[in-house]
Design a binder for this molecule. Structure first.
Ligand SMILES: [Zn+2]
Length: 307
């Protein structure tokens, strides 16, 4: 890691690590601009770090994916294109209007640039009037991980419209926040495809945005962060400095007695990560439940898949 920090210091902006290596035998992935590539190659060769390079073309992808669907109510539109924030919210409103008995929308806060952070609760009313167990799902705290928003919308579509799940939503309430970083997402859609953070600006910070995923109060800023505001893993000046995260924490804490599972959707790396994330080798007491009965993920947080 020290070598990587040295690499960071060679450039005006810190490197953008799509994946940081966990230890010497692990591999990592860095997003490097064509201008910086020659220098990075020299550095890696000097330090005898083996590497391969793979070109990615950002422009055409943005054009293809930014198409505006004609009717965001259709399942096909959710799974074949990336909706804008406005269309995501329109989809949410239409769903709530179509299924008033099983859904409820709540505005839990406002982003730095004034966009609403909304959640939708999906479930049949409790027969006893007691709060049912809740599964909380949020998506897109990392703006460039676009597919996470679509997955959340797909969950909403399936839970409200697929009869197969009606017995599930009788027992459980799903609370889904389909876009918890709307400013970052819109910036990623329209200005910089690889934008990951929020769009706040704090004090004299040179760069915009904090890594919302590192802005939570639990063990804030202890490990895995960089205090340079231009870094992709800058956690913000203090915990909950980001209004999006403050809103999420407020709402999660209000429901905390009833939340039985919490899933935050990301998209990079085809990995399933389970707690804790603030320190390597620290696990909650029920980690085995999380790892799974069939031990699919035993001793390993990476899941291979063929897609
Ligand atoms: Zn992420």
């Amino acid at each position: 890691m020290e070598i990587l920090r040295k690499l960071d210091s060679m450039f005006e902006e810190p490197m953008d690590y799509l994946k940081e290596p966990h230890g010497l035998r692990d591999n990592g992935q860095i997003l490097v601009s064509p201008e910086n590539l020659p220098l990075v190659k020299v550095f890696l060769n000097d330090h005898r770090i083996p590497f391969t390079t793979k070109p990615i073309h950002i422009g055409p992808a943005r054009h293809r994916r930014a198409l505006r669907p004609t009717d965001p109510y259709q399942l096909s539109e959710i799974v074949t294109s990336y909706l804008s924030y406005d269309d995501q919210m329109q989809y949410l409103d239409k769903t709530a209007a179509a299924f008033p008995y099983t859904t409820q929308i709540k505005n839990i806060g406002t982003s730095t640039e004034g966009r609403a952070i909304k959640i939708i609760k999906i479930g049949f009313p409790s027969p006893t009037n007691q709060q049912k167990p809740i599964i909380w799902i949020d998506a897109g705290i990392h703006a460039r991980e676009w597919i996470s928003y679509s997955v959340a919308l797909f969950f909403i579509q399936q839970l409200t419209q697929n009869q197969k799940y009606s017995s599930v939503i009788k027992l459980i309430d799903f609370v889904i926040a389909p876009n918890v970083n709307p400013d970052g997402y819109e910036y990623s859609r329209t200005k910089d495809r690889f934008w990951r953070k929020t769009r706040s600006k704090h004090g004299d910070n040179r760069c915009y945005g904090s890594d919302g995923n590192r802005n939570y109060p639990f063990h804030f800023g202890e490990e895995g962060v960089t205090w340079n505001s231009c870094s992709e893993v800058y956690p913000g000046p203090y915990e909950r400095s980001e209004p999006e995260v403050a809103a999420l924490v407020r709402e999660i804490m209000a429901y905390r007695q009833d939340i039985k599972a919490y899933v935050s959707l990301h998209s990079y790396g085809q990995e399933i990560l389970y707690p804790w994330g603030h320190r390597t080798g620290a696990y909650p007491p029920d980690v085995n439940d999380l790892v799974g009965r069939k031990s699919v993920l035993t001793n390993c947080s990476r899941v291979s898949s063929k897609f």
